[in-house]
Design a protein around this ligand. Structure first.
Ligand code: G4P
Length: 529
């Protein structure tokens, strides 16, 4: 197959949701359609199996949280689909934000009864800011939930989306009869039998037809007619370009657990979802079809084998072909590197591959050369944008609890930060080290991993910080800047990239600082223009 065809048949996306909305179940059903797995339950049991073989994963298993972001690939009707799994738990939100830099589109799963939840709001906001195309899947229609129109309103209001339903439920919960597929103009009746993997659909090109009454009963048929009329009155026509530009979001209804409505979602997805997209680097826009390979690290998966301190760096291929054993430039280190066993991911297994294409993810074994955001190229100096750090929510001093192991501790902290587990800030005043995390859980993960992987012990001490704000160095020569740095020294720190960060201790002090130094720009993420 030609290089261009290989690119065009790839769809790389992430599924985002609040925990428990059904992301794992939906992923699993998508894999079933692709024939990538044979039985339901495979994705989940895989999570537990991993936990049993690795110490670090044991933490994950015990807490029932998916710490790891992995890649699941499968083929469907000639399309190569790469699903990037994103942890739903809020303590690992940053992991998910970074994964979103590697997807070309997303599917947002919403629980029909719970509606829009906190994590969904945060993740969708990130996608919206980046104009990532989104499809919404409203799940658990077999249960009683919110009225479809109310829920669509809620999605528009809370998530700031512009929705277009492409399917519509016929009843819900106990009375759930099926789905009318507006996109394909047919009806799919719900039997509650999850074993059927391809549902039969009945063509209904005219909703006025009496066949509809026979199928779902007169009452439900009339309600559906009214609702579809309302849908076409309220919502705009689906427009693929608007969807691709992040300006319009199609909505599907279904029940992932019952494998219902999933095929409609998948068929529409492969038809409309974007092929690998160009990516902006600091230097220029890079097109997937360019001959030369470029790619960037969006995730580092630690210690598949705790004895070897081996890491797997996940690279998203942006342009060109990635080939095994070919030397590539590690741009930050200005060093050529060759990879003899790049992994590609297929559903639950990974395999060594010779060639990968834009849109694909390869896993490279790493002994500490990579950090998140690193770029690999065939020699050109390209640095990809868009893997920023966000202000952490929690801050603690980290202290060495075993003076004989300080080297190990520093090495451990260094590597864990490169993996993106948390962020390190070094105070300007006294050089003390502060760890910032998105969730409190990471402190335990860090402590555990420092001990088990590096043989180092640490303790934490609370530190009162409200937000970390990256200081824009634009006016660094001005008197105002100099005064700011002098007066606020106690609150200033450097991050790992040596960028200056202001650690505000309260919302009030942040506001006062901004008022007092109006020309000093403070940013909540580490990348700004
Ligand atoms: P997550 O990855 O988003 O966290 O959610 P997950 O798929 O694990 O689903 C959360 C729970 O919701 C699971 O139940 C799952 O079976 C259930 N679920 C998913 N889709 C549907 C659906 O369409 N209808 C109904 N009724 N339930 C659904 P659990 O009891 O927490 O786990 P399990 O023991 O069933 O695996």
């Amino acid at each position: 197959m030609s290089f261009l065809k290989e690119i065009q048949r790839r769809r790389t996306f992430g599924i985002i949701s609040h925990p428990d909305a059904g992301k794992t179940t939906l992923t699993e059903k998508l894999l079933l359609f692709g024939g990538a797995i044979q039985e339901a339950g495979a994705v989940k049991s895989n999570k537990i199996k991993k936990g049993a073989t690795s110490d670090f994963m044991e933490i994950e298993r015990q807490r029932g949280i998916s710490v790891a972001t992995s890649v699941l690939a499968f083929e469907y009707n000639g399309i190569k689909i790469n699903i990037l799994d994103t942890p739903g738990h809020k303590d690992f939100a940053e992991d998910t934000f970074r994964t979103l830099t590697a997807v070309d589109s997303v599917i947002v799963v919403i629980d029909v009864a719970k509606g829009v939840e906190e994590q969904t709001e945060k993740l969708v906001e990130v996608c919206r800011m980046r104009n990532i195309p989104m499809i919404v899947f409203i799940n658990k229609m077999d249960r009683e939930g919110k009225d479809a129109f109310d829920l669509l309103d809620e999605i528009e209001q809370k998530l700031g989306l512009k929705v277009v339903p492409l399917s519509f439920p016929i009843g819900m919960g106990y009375d759930f009869k099926g789905i009318y597929n507006i996109w394909e103009k047919n009806i799919n009746l719900f039997s509650g039998d999850s074993r059927r993997d391809i549902e039969e659909t009945i063509e209904i090109s005219d909703l006025a037809s009496s066949q509809l009454d026979k199928l779902v009963g007169e009452k439900a048929a009339n309600t559906l007619r009214e609702e579809i009329e309302l849908v076409s009155g309220i919502y705009p026509e689906f427009d693929k370009d608007k969807y691709l530009n992040g300006k319009l979001q199609p909505v599907f209804f279904g029940s992932a657990l019952n494998n219902f409505g999933v095929r409609e979602l998948l068929d529409c997805f492969v038809e409309i979802a974007p092929k690998p997209r160009p990516k902006q680097s600091e230097e220029r826009l890079v097109e997937p079809k360019e001959n030369k390979f470029t790619g960037f690290v969006f995730k580092i998966h630690a210690n598949m084998d705790p004895n070897h301190r081996d890491r797997l760096a996940f690279i998203k291929i942006v342009s060109g072909k990635f080939e095994r054993n070919k030397p590539y430039l590690h741009v930050r280190n200005n060093k050529k590197m060759k990879f003899s066993s790049p992994n590609a991911f297929f559903a639950e297994k990974k395999e060594i591959v010779d060639v990968s294409y834009p849109g694909d993810i390869v896993g490279l074994h790493d002994t500490g050369n990579f950090k998140i955001g690193d770029t690999l190229t065939e020699g050109e100096n390209i640095n990809y944008k868009g893997v920023p750090s966000f202000s952490p929510e929690h801050f603690r001093y980290i202290n060495n609890a075993d003076p004989l192991k300080s080297k190990q501790l520093f090495k451990g902290i260094d590597q864990l930060m490169d993996e993106g587990v948390a962020q390190l800030f070094t105070l300007e005043l006294n050089g003390r080290k502060v760890i910032g995390t998105v969730g409190a859980l990471q402190y335990e993960v860090i402590q555990y991993r420092l001990e088990h992987e590096y043989g180092a012990k640490c303790t934490y001490e609370n530190l009162n910080v409200f937000k970390a704000c990256w200081v824009d160095p634009k006016n660094s020569k001005s008197d105002e800047y100099k005064e700011f740095v002098r007066v606020k020294q106690r609150f200033l720190a450097k991050d790992k990239q040596n960028q200056l960060v202001f650690l505000a201790d309260s919302a009030f002090s942040l506001q006062m600082t901004q008022q007092k130094y109006p020309n000093i720009k403070l940013h909540f993420t580490s990348e700004f223009d």
